[in-house]
Design a binder for this molecule. Structure first.
Ligand code: GLU
Length: 291
């Protein structure tokens, strides 16, 4: 069977303006898709209202436009897709892969926060239910073109994965798997902070009978203290910086030589030329210090 045509995506959470780290994920996923002649989708992951900032999604989309990174097709918003997550959870409950859980965080303290079995909840205790994916005692791994083989035993290292939180919010892990499949995503190119979410997502895909896309994790953009940048800290917004400065610095951060960076011809034409010059084999595990 021929491989399905390349579909990539960028999936920001609207917790703040685009910063260096998310610009790198946006441009890196765009370059990887366009270099392969693929489509590139944008999905707003707005499932956690307490962490969201009003206007952040619009600001992120405007920043992408300014960078010349245009999505194919409509931008999908996870807040409009609750019925799809409900359906997936119902299927997992029906097949026995998911179960309701009354354990509180305190209940899991004795097992380092790792859920392997439900504790006995005292009679009459008022608790709201979460729902979890039951994970097996097996190694789940994948081959990342940048990071090599990455493996986890979910039962030992992670525990049963929350799918719907006790406060009723859908968990990222469920929503991302449902949506990547619904959108026909074949290649997930995103920051290395999500490397250790990937085995959970593969376990969920298997439980739901969905195909596993290829995963590639880009180097993280750390602050001067070596911490990951976070939109919600207001860290390093790129708004207001010249577009070429942002794109060139991301290009160098993706391990691409600056002498391969095309002459500036406006955002769209420059990124199109960059996609032809892009060499995915050069993407480093860590951002080059000079970038
Ligand atoms: N929404 C996630 C974030 O902004 C990214 C999800 C993904 O790329 O899988 O960190």
């Amino acid at each position: 069977m021929p491989a399905p045509p390349y579909v990539g995506r960028f999936a920001p959470s609207p917790t703040g303006p685009l910063h260096w780290g998310s610009a790198l994920a946006a441009f890196g996923s765009w370059l990887h898709a366009r270099h392969r002649g693929g489509r590139w989708l944008v999905r707003i992951e707005d499932l956690d209202p307490p962490r969201e900032r009003p206007g952040a999604a619009a600001a992120q989309l405007a920043a992408l436009q300014r960078l010349g990174l245009h999505a194919d097709g409509d931008v999908v918003q996870q807040s409009q897709r609750h019925t799809h997550y409900r359906r997936a959870l119902d299927a997992l409950l029906a097949s026995g892969h998911a179960f309701p859980c009354l354990c509180s965080r305190a209940d899991l303290a004795a097992s380092d926060g790792i859920h392997r079995a439900c504790v006995a909840v005292p009679e009459g205790a008022r608790r709201t239910r979460s729902f979890r994916l039951r994970v097996a005692d097996e190694v789940i791994g994948f081959d990342d073109p940048v990071h090599g083989r990455f493996e986890q035993n979910l039962r030992r290292e992670v525990g049963d994965v929350v799918l719907r939180r006790a406060d009723g919010l859908w968990a990222y892990q469920l929503a991302v798997v449902v949506d990547d499949a619904a959108q026909g995503v074949t290649h997930v190119v995103r920051g290395a902070d999500l490397l250790d979410s990937t085995p959970r997502q593969i376990a969920l895909q298997r439980a739901l009978g969905l195909a596993t896309p290829q995963y590639l994790h880009l180097p993280l953009w750390r602050d001067a203290e070596g911490r990951k940048l976070s939109k919600s800290d207001g860290a390093d917004a790129i708004d207001g910086l010249p577009v070429e400065t942002v794109l060139r610095r991301c290009w160098a951060s993706l391990g691409q030589p600056l002498d391969a960076w095309p002459a500036w011809q406006g955002p769209e034409a420059t990124v199109a030329a960059a996609a032809l010059a892009f060499d995915p084999a050069r993407i480093p595990r860590e951002r080059p210090p000079a970038a």
